[in-house]
Design a protein around this ligand. Structure first.
Ligand code: ATP
Length: 296
């Protein structure tokens, strides 16, 4: 059966056996994907593996040629596409950009910008924004619709590593404060792996899916990502045996044998000091913490 149906309760989106056929080939095939309220799902996979196609099909921008897509009656999507039709070189304030495609009151715009930490940049020119600020403005724009599903296609493009962590923090906070589900498309395994509830690894079809740990351990994932998979796995599985002081240094109990306080004593942690790393399940993968853990 091919088609689009509405579902009253349960998942926000349920894709079953979905395929998309264009220009004489299947772009994706046999996609089963369920998006439940409030969860963060990350789509990963090589370039051209069908991540954007899958996300667009989930929210109805692309029509499937096989399978079914059921959407909840109350689904409201906030979508930040990978490529934007906004020309950043044109003179335009952040406020104006927010309302290019959506009507919103000044109060709503101010509130959305406030939620992403951009209230002070309401009148700034879009072309003056940093990469991270621009992505925040796009997030605020998507939040104007009060979505219960945020779809973010590569939201950290043009953003440096610490900005990337801050953005993932923000997305995670928005999920908490707004109660929305998040479908995230990402190339970044290190940070996303520590944040997401469920990972779906694509390569024209679903290679593997599940918790970050189970996906990282799956042979299909390792085959697809090769050496990088091992790195990401090491990062994700890193166990915390210490707490952090407010300035990011590591606090060890007295007489623990951890003599120096320069924030770099990780004996017994099993750290790979060649790689920056995040901490499993740690909501505080903040720039401050990150600074204390980069050993490049
Ligand atoms: N409308 C279309 N017609 C024909 N081919 C298309 C169409 N849209 C996408 N494709 C092709 O389908 C494949 C999957 O594209 P998609 O953008 O979904 O991949 P992706 O995993 O998001 O890639 P990336 O990581 O590079 O953004 C690519 O080879 C792309 O060129």
């Amino acid at each position: 059966m091919t088609g689009v149906a509405a579902i009253a309760a349960g998942p926000l989106v349920e894709m079953t056996g979905v395929g998309v056929f264009r220009s004489g080939r299947w772009l994706v095939q046999g996609i089963d994907l369920e998006i439940r309220p409030g969860e963060i799902i990350t789509l990963i996979g090589p370039n051209g593996s069908g991540k954007t196609t899958t996300a667009k099909t989930a929210i109805g921008i692309v029509r499937p040629d096989a399978g079914t897509v059921a959407r909840s009656d109350d689904l409201v999507v906030g979508y930040v596409p990978q490529k934007l039709s906004v020309d950043r070189s044109l003179p335009m304030t952040v406020s104006r950009m927010m309302t290019l495609t959506t009507k919103a009151s000044g109060v709503d715009i101010a509130s959305a910008l406030e939620r992403v930490g951009m209230a002070h940049l309401r009148k700034a020119q879009v072309h003056d924004l940093s990469g991270g600020e621009f992505q925040r403005a796009l997030l605020a724009r998507a939040m104007l619709r009060r979505p219960n599903l945020l779809v973010l296609d590569e939201p950290v493009q043009g953003v440096d590593f610490s900005g990337e962590i801050a953005l993932y923090e923000l997305i995670s906070e928005l999920r908490e404060s707004e109660g929305c589900a998040v479908l995230l498309i990402s190339h970044d395994l290190h940070v996303v792996m520590a944040k997401t509830d469920r990972v779906v690894c694509l390569n024209g079809h679903v290679c593997c899916a599940g918790s970050p740990n189970s996906v990282a351990a799956s042979p299909a994932y390792r085959q697809l990502f090769g050496a990088r998979a091992a790195e990401a796995l090491a990062v994700y599985r890193h166990q915390h045996d210490h707490t952090h002081l407010p300035d990011g240094r590591i606090a060890y109990p007295e007489n623990s044998g951890h003599g120096h306080d320069d924030g770099h004593d990780h004996a017994g942690c099993g750290h790979d000091h060649g790689e920056p790393h995040a901490h499993a399940g740690e909501t505080g993968a903040s720039p401050g913490n990150k600074a204390a853990h980069d050993h490049a």
